[in-house]
Design a protein around this ligand. Structure first.
Ligand SMILES: Nc1ncnc2c1ncn2[C@@H]1O[C@H](COP(=O)(O)OP(=O)(O)O)[C@@H](O)[C@H]1O
Ligand SMILES: [Mg+2]
Length: 594
């Protein structure tokens, strides 16, 4: 790696620190100075003490004592100040990085969010962010203090005995060779390890989310094997990293040994022949490692910093995931036919909408659908027919590939996504509850709602009863994703939330299909309240729940195959009639006759 590239990478790592770079560097250099100065001053203390031992000159002892007291006095003031400044900058910066990441993830566009694994994101905002913090807090500081120690030690040794200085510098040069030999493979392994940690987090996420299924199907072994591969990969890389680091360490030891042993051996010979003071030798012994080993420890720190850079790259990949634009660009100006097809009474309408998650595999094919204001429209049809996709398009999660979504007679492309979503309340199959109390979760629908408004919504959603039976009532924490509530209770909280939002359009995507018959009945009652006076689109599996809809559309293969009221569709004896008879286990009339 060239110096220029390393410099550029360092610049990118430090970019987040920019607003407080001065304070950070001041604190960091102060800290490094303190640790380098300690080692060098200690060498003088050793020299004076040894001199005192040899010559019995009390002034040598005095100097040692003064030096120790002075050092302790100055450092005990300087070190805490520097440390405080330094750590404060790091904590603020890490907070900013996390805030930026969370903010970005919250705005990620739906397509990217659906195609990414949450575990991978999780790993990036934990492991990778942490690796950056390590650079700020440890690696840079250790590099600077090693360099300062190296310079200080070299100067002092040069002054006391230049011959030793030359030998030690030569050893240092040798350590540079060793370091370049090991740093590249170490970096490769570290990059690999970081990526594999991401995969492992994904597997663990799956494991925890699917714990019930795994237990239910007795899949502990299978699930174990799945994560086993990821764990094995992490272990393998970890061991390889340890192997490389071990070799580096061995080189480190060898040089330390040569340096210390050599200095001692030659030094003692010189002392015995009267060419060198014992005190000076003691000082050189104290300083030698700072010179000879500097490049080796520097190599380790640089390698670790490169590891953080890999983390930074992975964080930047997250930040590069496109966010939702404020509005979807109009794919094309609506055609004259589409314009004439727009019905004045339609709160929502799709005209000739074609859409596919992959460009060449359309899920919706020139689908047209209109929801008359204040009425209930039901979508039914085979699984995979495109019902949820229609809902996602209406919510603005995806723009159509061609055709137009109309909102109250305006093409949706002329409204911002926020405007579109303000008009809509959406109750999916599984209610999403967030960390917080039940009241907090209902209040998501309208953050400024008062307690009595929250309670009114809960009453209307048939949720007040079970909420007040809970030990802490509305202040009951819901647990992770509502784990301590039943599916029907969660769904009624979601309905209360939608009621509080009080938007004119309501989208229900299989809102009761995950529930048992009893909860379904309760949730259905709550839904009747919610639907009153709103334009409603109901996606339903169980036809019994939509018999009273004003209009029913059968969607299959991405097209509206049939539409009409329940009676009309039954009379048509088409797909709807087939579905209906299938569900009620009634034979179609002609079969019953024969
Ligand atoms: N996020 C997605 N990425 C790719 N294909 C998808 C995605 N979501 C749904 N599909 C596909 O689109 C088709 C319609 O799905 P969907 O609208 O969910 O059907 P329904 O709700 O009627 O059961 C299915 O073939 C499904 O595999
Ligand atoms: Mg669906």
């Amino acid at each position: 790696m060239s110096f220029k590239q390393a410099y550029a990478e360092f610049g990118q790592l430090m970019a987040y620190m920019k607003p407080r770079a001065r304070t950070y560097y001041a604190g960091m250099i102060g800290e490094s100075l303190v640790s380098a100065a300690l080692a060098i001053l200690l060498s003088f203390v050793i020299q004076y003490l040894l001199n005192y031992a040899v010559h019995r000159d009390p002034s040598e002892l005095q100097r040692a004592v003064y030096l120790v007291c002075g050092t302790v006095g100055v450092l005990s003031i300087l070190s805490p100040i520097c440390n405080y400044l330094f750590l404060k900058c790091i904590k603020i910066t890490m907070g900013e990085i996390r805030t930026e990441l969370f903010g970005h993830i919250a705005r990620i566009d739906y397509r990217s969010a659906e195609s990414r694994h949450s575990g991978d994101l999780l790993s990036r905002i934990t492991n990778d962010v942490q690796s950056i913090e390590m650079t700020y807090a440890e690696h840079i500081k250790s590099i600077v203090s090693q360099i300062l120690l190296f310079i200080g030690s070299s100067v002092v040794v040069f002054i006391v005995d230049w011959r030793f200085a030359l030998v030690l510098l030569a050893l240092g040069g040798f350590s540079v060779l060793l370091n370049t030999r090991f740093s590249a493979p170490l970096r490769r392994v570290s990059d690999e390890l970081q990526a594999q940690m991401g995969v492992l987090t994904e597997r663990i996420g799956d494991l925890i989310a699917g714990l019930q299924v795994i237990k239910l199907f007795g899949l502990q072994q299978r699930a174990g094997r799945l994560s086993h591969d990821a764990i094995a990969a992490v272990s393998r890389s970890g061991i390889r990293q340890g192997h490389q680091a071990g070799l580096l360490e061995a080189g480190n030891f060898l040089i330390q040994f040569l340096s210390l042993g050599g200095v001692l051996l030659i030094g003692l010979l010189m002392v015995s022949s009267g060419q060198l003071e014992l005190g000076v030798l003691g000082q050189i012994v104290q300083l030698q490692s700072g010179i000879a080993v500097m490049f080796l420890s520097l190599g380790t720190s640089v390698a670790m910093m490169q590891n953080s850079y890999a983390g930074l790259t992975r964080i930047r990949e997250v930040l590069a995931v496109p966010v939702e634009s404020e509005r979807h660009a109009l794919q094309a100006v609506p055609s004259p036919e589409e314009k004439t097809a727009v019905r004045p009474d339609a709160a929502l309408q799709l005209t000739d909408v074609t859409f596919g998650y992959d460009a060449n595999r359309p899920v919706l094919k020139e689908l047209s659908l209109s929801l008359a204001e204040g009425t209930v429209t039901a979508l039914v049809g085979p699984s995979g027919g495109g019902k949820s996709t229609v809902v996602k398009l209406l919510l603005g999660f995806y723009p159509p590939d061609s055709g137009t979504v109309w909102l109250g007679g305006r093409p949706a492309g002329s409204c911002t996504l926020q405007e579109i979503r303000e008009q809509m309340a959406y109750v999916p199959q599984e209610a999403t509850l967030f960390q917080g109390t039940i009241a907090d979760n209902i209040r998501f629908g309208s953050p400024d709602a008062s307690d009595s408004e929250v309670e009114a919504a809960a009453r209307a959603a048939y949720a007040h009863g079970f909420i007040t039976e809970l030990p802490q009532g509305y202040d009951t924490p819901v647990g992770e994703r509502g784990a301590n509530l039943s599916g029907g209770q969660r769904q009624r909280i979601a309905i209360a939330r939608a009621l509080l939002k009080n938007s004119p359009i309501l989208l229900l995507d299989e809102a009761t299909s995950a529930l048992d018959a009893e909860s379904e009945h309760e949730v259905q009652q709550a839904l009747q309240v919610l639907m009153k006076g709103r334009t409603t689109l109901v996606v339903a599996h169980r036809l019994s729940t939509i018999e009273n809809a004003d209009r029913i559309c059968v969607i299959a293969g991405g097209r509206v195959q049939e539409e009409g009221t329940h009676e009309e569709l039954l009379a048509m004896e088409g797909q709807y009639a087939d579905l209906y008879h299938l569900q009620f286990r009634k034979k179609p009339p002609e079969l019953a006759v024969s």
